[in-house]
Design a protein around this ligand. Structure first.
Ligand SMILES: Cc1ncc(COP(=O)(O)O)c(C=O)c1O
Length: 362
């Protein structure tokens, strides 16, 4: 395994903490807002749970996943047999290649700039990870699995319908499994319109060889609950279910009940989206006024920013102002001159960051 990247930030973290008005931590991207009462009540009501949960999820949960994907993202044609709850999507991503029985002979494609767990998943299965954003980069080789992530962590880039359609057609011709990580799908800003791999405009209503991975961590601020799910090709979902049953990968019963409440209620999700939009509106102009160039960032929870210098220098410059961000190099070699700035802090902390960026005396 590679060194756990966050462990390398001790010095800049200490520097940012030394700011007289306290640290503004925009590094990990952990949600900070209250869990909605409707979710907490469902959790509490289900807290007497002496028996084992079902790996497949309760009937209510499976229906809630199908309905939410239809209502929120226009995904049609899913049945309760085509969805499966997971213990947070990091768990699924890290173990997907292993659960699919990939091994040393297999290649897993991950984006050039990517959430590190895709590569970790390949390593855990002893498979080979290859970074590529375009199909031509792959040449004639046929990978076993392609991870997509739109909107992207860390860049906020959105893959359009045409791009996704091409990937689906290419993968179908070759029998390649496509796993699309869609945890930021509801967070498109400006004119960007993120779309699911399972949307009929992308896949023509045929989910063969396609998986969409959805997390409740950011949309419902449930990162502490560990709640996510996967949807798509019913045969692949059945295979995942069969292995996960044996391996004890079950979502706890009270969390399943909380997920139903979260998926059935769109109001708290809209409210969370508005919070992040407000924070983005404060931080984006502040970064630009301070001389940063912000690339992509048209969706999702991060601003992908550069001062045209190595990312560790930018990290130190920001830490001097009490602001902690993530170095772009965590996400791939192409990130060496960028930093990733998360929108996941309270309004008060985001305002403090904007003020420090505007103030030469900080
Ligand atoms: C792209 C991406 N995928 C997956 C995850 C994991 O989310 P969780 O395990 O909380 O569902 C994250 C978390 O930040 C992420 O950025």
């Amino acid at each position: 395994m590679p060194v756990f990247p966050w462990d390398t930030l001790a010095d800049v973290t200490a520097a940012a903490r030394a700011h007289p008005d306290g640290i503004v931590d925009l590094s990990v991207g952990t949600p900070v807002d209250e869990v909605a009462p409707v979710i907490r009540e469902a959790l509490a009501a289900a807290s007497s749970a002496p028996g084992y949960p079902t790996t497949a999820g309760t009937q209510a949960l499976r229906q809630a996943m199908v309905d939410a994907l239809h209502r929120r993202y226009g995904i049609t044609g899913l049945t309760p047999a085509a969805v499966l709850p997971v213990i947070g999507t990091k768990e699924l991503i890290a173990w997907l290649p292993t659960l699919m029985d990939l091994g040393p002979a297999d290649t897993v494609v991950v984006p050039e700039l990517a959430y590190p767990t895709y590569e970790v998943g390949a390593l855990l299965a002893h498979a080979r990870a290859v970074r590529a954003d375009s199909l031509t980069q792959l040449g004639p080789s046929v990978p076993a699995l392609v991870f997509l992530n739109s909107p992207s962590n860390p860049t906020g880039r959105v893959l359009g319908v045409d791009h996704l359609r091409k990937v689906v057609g290419w993968a179908r011709e070759r029998g390649v499994l496509v796993a699309s990580d869609e945890c930021y799908l509801g967070l498109g800003w400006d004119d960007s319109r993120p779309v699911s791999i399972l949307h009929p405009e992308v896949c023509g209503g045929d989910h063969t060889g396609l998986l969409a991975i959805h997390s409740l961590s950011k949309t419902s601020s449930l990162a502490g609950y560990r709640a996510g799910f996967v949807a798509g090709d019913p045969d692949v979902v059945a295979e995942l279910l069969a292995v996960r049953k044996h391996a004890g990968m079950m979502v706890p019963t009270p969390i399943q009940a909380a997920m139903v409440a979260a998926l059935d209620d769109d109001e708290h999700e809209h409210q969370q989206r508005r919070r992040y939009a407000r924070r983005r509106d404060m931080l984006l102009p502040a970064l630009r006024s301070a001389g940063f160039t912000v690339d992509h960032s048209e969706a999702g929870l991060y601003l992908w920013a550069t001062r045209g210098e190595p990312c560790r220098e930018t990290l130190a410059w920001l830490a001097d102002r009490g602001i902690l961000v993530a170095p772009g190099e965590f996400y791939g070699p192409q990130g060496a001159r960028h930093v990733r700035v998360a929108l996941t802090a309270t309004d008060e902390r985001i305002a403090a960051a904007a003020q420090r960026l505007a103030d030469p005396a900080r």
